[in-house]
Design a protein around this ligand. Structure first.
Ligand SMILES: [Zn+2]
Length: 142
C-alpha cells in the first residue's frame, strides 16, 4: 500500500509543472487548460471529453457545484449593492427595478457561469486533481 502511494508521489513530482494561473486564465477564456487552443465546451457548459487540438483528457473534471456557487457569490455581491445604491439615489418605480435588474441578473449569470466553470476546471487540471495527473480518481466511500 505504501509502495503504491510512494510511486504516485514520485510520478507527480517527476511530471512537468503546470502553471495554475495560466490554466485558470485559459479556462476562464473557455479554452483548453493544457494548450489554450481549442474550446473547452461542446455545448453551453458541456465539457469536451478530450481536447481536439492537443488531445488532453478533459473528462476528469469534477467542477460540480463550485461554478454556480461562485457565480451566485459574484453576481450577488456586484448587483445587490447596485440595486441598493440605485434605490437610494433615484428611488425608481418598482417596474424599473424589475426591468433593469432581472435581465442584468440573468445575463450576467449566464455570461459568468461557463467562464467560472472553465476556471475551476483549469485549477483542477493544473493541480492534477481527479485524474488530471494520469491516475484514475478513487471512488468516495460512503
Ligand atoms: Zn488542448
Amino acid at each position: 500500500m505504501t509502495d503504491i502511494c510512494a510511486m504516485n508521489i514520485e510520478t507527480i513530482e517527476d511530471a512537468e509543472p503546470r502553471s495554475v494561473w495560466q490554466a485558470i486564465r485559459r479556462g476562464f477564456g473557455q479554452r483548453c487548460p493544457s494548450c489554450g487552443e481549442a474550446g473547452l465546451y461542446r455545448a453551453y457548459v458541456k465539457v469536451r471529453d478530450d481536447c481536439p487540438s492537443c488531445g488532453a483528457a478533459l473528462h476528469h473534471h469534477r467542477a460540480d457545484d463550485m461554478p454556480p456557487y461562485l457565480t451566485i457569490l459574484l453576481v450577488g455581491h456586484i448587483l445587490i449593492p447596485l440595486v441598493l445604491m440605485t434605490e437610494q439615489a433615484w428611488h425608481p418605480e418598482t417596474w424599473v427595478h424589475w426591468a433593469v435588474w432581472i435581465p442584468s441578473l440573468v445575463l450576467s449569470s449566464l455570461w459568468l457561469l461557463p467562464r467560472l466553470k472553465g476556471a475551476v476546471i483549469g485549477l483542477q487540471w493544473a493541480n492534477r486533481m481527479h485524474g488530471f495527473g494520469g491516475e484514475e480518481d478513487q471512488p468516495v466511500e460512503p
